[in-house]
Design a protein around this ligand. Structure first.
Ligand SMILES: [Zn+2]
Length: 229
């Protein structure tokens, strides 16, 4: 048996005590075509009686660690043929230490015995409509509108900003901008715009005015803009 296969037996067998010794004894005899150690030999390896060695073989069979080809009773001279079937489990890191459930990055002597379970992300049943991690910046949507939430936010955070007017400006600005006009989060961009507006209003020291006054102000601004064209 190869050193690697023997090593797998030593590290991964579930058997204990003399049963494991019997297994190691079988593994020690195994070639390409199995192993034929006599029960007496296996008993000697494990320092147990032949009856105990027989019991160990049945246990190993139950554990699925060996396969036994029982010879026909008339061939009394022949012994059973065994195959050791212990292999490295999937969780084994495949190193000479045969660490199970830890990553190969874990240094020997680490006391962290927590199994490193890779969290399984359940496969989505259908394509999700939104993939936030894969989202790409986009140009301002043609359908950009002020939602109730946005309006509420504006009322609380930027009370002096004329939201509808500034939103129009915002849309115009970003729609017309030829380059660097893509954003991940247009609502956030809108909020920044509105906050900037609020700051400007505050800096100018524009007193809070009535709606009609603001509208008049707005009409003047628009007229001024139109006059420029
Ligand atoms: Zn292993």
């Amino acid at each position: 048996m190869s050193i690697e296969a023997m090593s797998a037996v030593l590290h991964h067998s579930q058997a204990g005590g003399s049963t494991k010794l019997v297994l190691i004894g079988i593994a020690n005899h195994q070639g390409d075509a199995g192993a034929w150690p006599a029960i007496s030999t296996l008993a000697r390896y494990a320092n147990v009686s032949e009856r105990q060695a027989q019991r160990a073989i049945r246990q190993l069979e139950e554990l699925g660690e060996i396969k036994v080809d029982y010879q026909a009773p008339e061939m009394l001279k022949r012994t059973n043929r065994y195959w050791v079937t212990v292999r490295c489990p999937k969780e084994c890191d495949g190193t000479t230490q045969h660490r199970v459930g830890v990553t190969s990055m874990t240094r020997k002597g680490d006391t962290d015995d927590t199994p490193r379970v890779t969290p399984m992300t359940p496969e989505p049943l259908s394509e999700p409509t939104e993939k936030p991690m894969l989202q790409k910046p986009t140009r301002i949507p043609e359908t950009f509108v002020i939602t109730d939430d946005m309006r509420h936010w504006a009322k609380e955070t930027v009370p002096d900003v004329q939201i509808d007017f500034e939103t129009e400006s915002f849309i115009d600005y970003w729609s017309a901008k030829p380059n660097h006009a893509t954003k991940l989060d247009w609502v956030k961009t809108w909020q920044v715009w509105m906050r900037e507006n609020q700051k400007r209003q505050t800096r100018r020291g524009v007193p809070k005015s009535s709606r009609s006054e603001r509208n008049l102000e707005l009409l003047k601004k628009i007229a001024a803009e139109e006059g420029k064209q």
